[in-house]
Design a protein around this ligand. Structure first.
Ligand code: FNR
Length: 363
């Protein structure tokens, strides 16, 4: 049954399917290979149990926080996701406006279908997610361009030296429909990059193999740091030794992520990596996580395990597909309301009340 007005994020997903082409739906939903990690990201949350505290005055709750110096109304950011014009003609601009209106963070993908200059007007607090291309002059020009546009942080994704194999995209020979472009890259003078059509292949897989640099190492992060004076965020960390190296090269924040189960299938569920990485990093960097957040209680668990905030991926695309900017705003509002209620029911008035005693893992 198709819900009239969605009351949770799962209902948004059901509704969104009707608004998307088969190619877009498959691209948005799929994970790599057998989609084990995609499913694990959700299943793992159910292995954590909450230990609520009673008889606390929870008549007022404060969900606000500060991430890299930016005040947010809730510990939520919108994850970088490519090709949002597949969901709505206003694409990333609509998402950015919704984030600004809701007081949550926004990260724009390198592969966005609206440019950083357009998005920064819609939301001056946007971070930029970077894929390091083989062409270092292009990478440098891209970083300088987003800095000039007013990006507030550089978020480098480190889990994609190649694209994970998403078999539905291979089957569909994924390409962008006519009229949609790689808005940031095509903004750079003299560059004309496209997602190529390849028979029997996902065009995005081919783009990664041809354009992105699989030889990137920690040294390149130091190079990135030298380009522009922006906070550096490292996205895609799943191990504490990597988190420590990220801190050593000067990362201001780390995002624990397996790319929504779209890269290495069989990789650990992100919620299972949080406490170890938080313990290793301490207060040397802010630790965020993403992957499978669909309920306010998921956010409560992530924060209780030590994450400072979470990023939301696919549900934002569902909101965008169903009702554009308003849909994204509603998705965020639902999550925020659920978190607020979950905090009340577990005796938390503020985010700092959400401590590790609230959560345990079933063996
Ligand atoms: C992504 N993700 C992603 N990450 C990134 O660093 N750069 C990108 O361009 C994209 N593009 C992208 C497209 C789509 C359609 C999806 C679903 C995901 C990964 C994203 O930032 C995030 O890590 C996950 O989506 C989080 O998991 P959930 O919330 O979707 O389960």
């Amino acid at each position: 049954m198709i819900p009239a007005k969605p009351i949770n994020l799962f209902e948004y997903e059901t509704l969104a399917r009707k608004h998307l082409s088969q190619m877009a739906w498959d691209y948005y939903t799929s994970g790599a290979w057998d989609e084990v990690t995609l499913q694990e990201n959700r299943a793992a949350f159910n292995r954590y149990r909450l230990h609520p505290r009673m008889l606390v005055d929870v008549s007022q709750r404060d969900l606000s926080t500060t991430i890299l110096g930016q005040s947010l109304n809730a510990p939520i950011l919108i994850a970088p996701m490519a090709f949002q014009c597949l969901a709505d003609p206003a694409g990333e601009v609509a998402t950015a406006k919704a984030a600004a209106h809701s007081g949550v963070g926004m990260v724009l993908s390198t592969l966005s279908t609206k440019s950083m200059s357009e998005v920064a007007i819609a939301n001056p607090y946007t971070w930029f997610q970077l894929y390091i291309h083989r062409d270092r002059n292009l990478t440098r020009a891209l970083v300088e361009y987003v800095y000039k546009c007013g990006a507030k942080a550089l978020c480098v994704t480190v889990d994609a030296p190649f694209l994970g194999r998403r078999e539905r995209d291979t089957r569909n020979q994924f390409v962008l429909p006519p009229g949609m472009e790689l808005a940031n890259l095509n903004h750079l003078k003299g560059k004309d990059l496209d997602i190529p059509y390849r028979q029997g292949e996902s065009g995005l897989f081919a783009y990664f193999a041809e354009q992105l640099d699989p030889g990137v190492t920690w040294k390149d992060l130091a190079w990135l740091r030298s380009l522009v004076p922006l906070p550096l965020v490292v996205k895609g960390i799943l191990r504490s030794d990597d988190a420590i190296r990220a801190v050593e090269v000067g990362a201001d924040a780390i995002i624990i992520s397996n790319h929504g189960g779209r890269q290495l299938d069989g990789a650990i569920a992100t919620i299972d990596a949080v406490s170890e990485i938080v313990a290793a990093v301490g207060d040397r960097a802010e630790v965020l996580m993403d992957g499978g957040i669909r309920r306010g209680t998921d956010i409560l668990k992530a924060l209780a395990l030590g994450a400072k905030a979470v990023l939301i991926g696919r549900p934002v695309l569902w909101g965008l597909a169903v009702a554009g900017e308003t849909g994204v705003q509603h998705v965020i509002e639902i999550l925020r309301d659920e978190l607020s209620l979950a905090m009340a029911l577990s005796g938390c008035r503020k985010l700092i009340d959400i401590d590790s005693s609230l959560v345990s893992r079933k063996s």
